[in-house]
Design a protein around this ligand. Sequence first.
Ligand code: SF4
Length: 266
Amino acid sequence: MTFERTIDVSGTVFNVQRFSLHDGPGIRTTAFLKGCPLRCHWCHNPEGIRSEPEPMRSTNPAEEFEQVGRRITARELVKELARDRIFYEESGGGITLSGGEPLAQPAFTLEVLKQCKQLGLHTTLDTSGYAPAEIIDAVRPYTDLFLYDIKHMDSAAHEALSGCPNELILKNLETLISEGSNVAVRYPVIPGANDDDDALKQLGIYIRQLGIEQLQLLPYHAYGNHKWSKLIRMPDAQPIPRQSDERLLKVKDLLEPYGFITTIGS
Ligand code: SF4
């Protein structure tokens, strides 16, 4: 796939978070891009799912709604992202594109990554991996680190949980690893959805076959649940019980015999 090279390509962003410590190494600024092809019912950023700006009930009593999402050019966003470069340099940090799914805005994401690399910034892409292979291939040279989630190894279960099958996600992951990209593979542990022994066994076998050294378990949290009900035309989040610490440690124990390091948390 070829993308038109224009430095004024625009995209839609719903948040820019400075001094982030959990979206890659060091101190980072994370831009959250709108639009995601998946529909995970545990999503903690549901305001990132729709591609267009949208109203959300406001926490400010002076206004009923606030607009979520703003149009911005790649150049403008890169200027915002580069503002804290002194902190990136001192901490080994950089910038992260997250969402939503950044690859749902491929031309914009590519341009932002390119411009950040021109400035010498470390770039991280937080992705579901659900994107055409040619898009992954296009962003790969400008991405220092991929944060890459596996949600379930069984494609039918993956589709039931997220609305999309997993073959494309796994194929893209295998390509990235075989081509030498730096990939942090993560598994969001969702109680009752993907933490049963069978699902973990399939995961353990797959990660061992991939030959990577480490898997990050991301414990489920309900911090984003309140946002679902604030979004117009979005159903409320389905309640999911919090994972017990004991079960999380058990998940870790079940995966460790497969021969890679398993960590808890990002
Ligand atoms: S892939 Fe991520 S952003 Fe998209 S719906 Fe799932 S959790 Fe939300």
